[in-house]
Design a protein around this ligand. Structure first.
Ligand code: GAR
Length: 192
């Protein structure tokens, strides 16, 4: 199975996925890393792993539709079969979704349906919850609303700062995402 990762920033999730592919824990080919920011640190990580890296920015296009058309053309050029969002901070449009039904997976740093959107960790922290976590789900037309594949819980201690909570969330993400992707790929391979 040919995988593309889409990421906007740091790329710690990309890194654990790339490592799991390299170690053959995820039996797939990581054919493309795309970022919507030319200066995203994830691109440095991509080069280190020898993955094909591409980037372009929304502002380089006349509108969101043409940006997405370019992204779709890129995914087709690389014959991508599964799209993995790893800190990709954009909503996926309907043309892209239609081309990859149940083939776009996202990770969100909260227990959906609670705290969707751009600031899942901070929103949960500020709400004062005792428990939050991580959700991996298929992407649909809504914002963080698609069918849930797996969740991992994180307890919030009284003494935790926002930064402590971020660290705990990322630890769970880094364990859960490669495992879930391995399961998805194995399941798809078994149906070939
Ligand atoms: C991760 O915590 C991921 O769950 C979150 O962005 C972070 C990216 O970290 N995604 C979202 O908030 C999507 N709405 P990373 O760049 O180090 O992988």
């Amino acid at each position: 199975m040919r995988i593309a990762v889409l990421a906007s920033g740091n790329g710690s999730n990309f890194e654990v996925i790339a490592q799991a592919v390299k170690d053959k824990e995820i039996p797939a080919e990581l054919v493309l890393l795309f970022s919507d920011h030319h200066d995203a640190y994830v691109l440095e990580r991509g080069k280190k792993f020898g993955v094909s890296c591409e980037s372009f920015e929304l502002k380089e296009f006349s509108d969101k539709k043409s940006y997405e058309a370019a992204l779709l053309a890129l995914l087709k050029k690389y014959d991508v079969e599964l799209v993995v969002l790893a800190g990709y901070m954009r909503i996926i449009g309907k043309d892209l979704l239609a081309e990859f039904p149940n083939r776009i997976v996202n990770i969100h740093p909260a227990l959906l349906p609670n705290f969707p959107g751009l600031h899942g960790i901070k929103d949960a922290f500020e709400a004062g919850v005792k428990e939050t976590g991580v959700t991996i789900h298929y992407v649909d037309i809504g914002v963080d609303t698609g069918p849930i594949i797996a969740q991992g819980k994180v307890q919030v201690s009284e003494n935790d700062s926002l930064s402590d909570l971020e660290t705990k969330i990322h630890q769970v993400e880094h364990q859960l995402y490669p495992q879930v992707l391995a399961d998805i790929v194995k399941e798809a391979n078994s149906k070939l």
